[in-house]
Design a protein. Structure first.
Ligand SMILES: NC(=O)c1ccc[n+]([C@@H]2O[C@H](COP(=O)([O-])OP(=O)(O)OC[C@H]3O[C@@H](n4cnc5c(N)ncnc54)[C@H](O)[C@@H]3O)[C@@H](O)[C@H]2O)c1
Length: 222
């Protein structure tokens, strides 16, 4: 992630920034101008010491007794997340999940936009999803180059995942969000992040059943 490369901040901190940013935007929309780390901690269920430590990587963002200026934090994190720059995305696999993602199309994030969706099933190619035409994977390389896309979301079933990922990498994709749980192999210059809902749910249930109800646990640390 560019965040780590530029500022050399810990991986776990980098992973929490999008979460901080999202909640701060919600606070700003509710006209909250400043917030203390304790209050923010309550809101996002991350220990306040972790929040203070994370924020400290970006300089003096708050003042003791005053808290943090919400709009300033949004500016800082927004810059870090490069929200000013639009990030075009491709989805590979226009099945149930791929279509659902394209329909939602990151409504709450102005800079993230699915601009192309691909499949290899002739019956699906040419259909429309939320105003985007499903294109053949054969055209993947041409389309992503024309649109300047370097990030893709893979929603093909696990057994086809490696093939699909190879194709994406050959075409020049350098960041892949993979919804199929099976691990794929990629060159060192390519990042893959997995979203495995089953594991997330099992972890949640484990903590629910093994810790007291007021125990705060932090998935985003993982
Ligand atoms: N549907 C969900 O709610 C959901 C939720 C979480 C994770 N997942 C995971 O996401 C993956 C996709 O799930 P789904 O329900 O959308 O499946 P799906 O079968 O509805 O869709 C998969 C699509 O991928 C296409 N495809 C297959 N190989 C391809 C290739 N090489 N290139 C391009 N397209 C290709 C298929 O033609 C199909 O349209 C699975 O691994 C699943 O476990 C699904």
């Amino acid at each position: 992630m560019a965040v780590e490369a530029e500022l050399k901040i810990p991986n776990a901190t980098a992973k929490r920034i999008p979460l901080y940013y999202r909640y701060l935007r919600t606070l700003a929309e509710s006209n909250v101008e400043r917030i203390k780390s304790q209050e923010f901690s309550q809101l996002i269920q991350i220990p306040s010491a972790t929040i203070r430590r994370d924020f400290s990587h970006f300089g003096e963002l708050g003042r003791s007794g005053y808290g943090y200026d919400v709009s300033y934090l949004i500016e800082v994190f927004g810059h870090i997340l490069n929200t000013q720059v639009k990030k075009p995305l491709a989805v590979v696999g226009a099945g149930d999940l791929g279509k659902a993602l394209a329909k939602n199309n990151f409504r709450r994030n102005d800079n993230l936009q699915i601009e192309a969706i691909f499949d290899n099933n002739p019956e699906i190619i040419g259909t429309m999803v939320n105003g985007i035409e499903v294109q053949s994977v054969k055209d993947f390389s041409k389309v992503i180059k024309a649109k300047g896309i370097t990030t893709a979301i893979s929603t093909v079933p696990s057994k086809y995942s490696q093939d699909a990922v190879n194709h994406m990498v050959e075409a020049g994709i350098t960041a892949i969000l993979n919804f199929a749980p099976g691990r794929v192999t990629v060159p060192d210059n390519v990042k893959v992040q997995y979203i495995d809902l089953t594991t997330e749910l099992q972890t949640l249930i484990y903590f629910d059943e093994n810790f007291s109800s007021n125990h705060q646990f932090n998935f985003s640390n993982q």
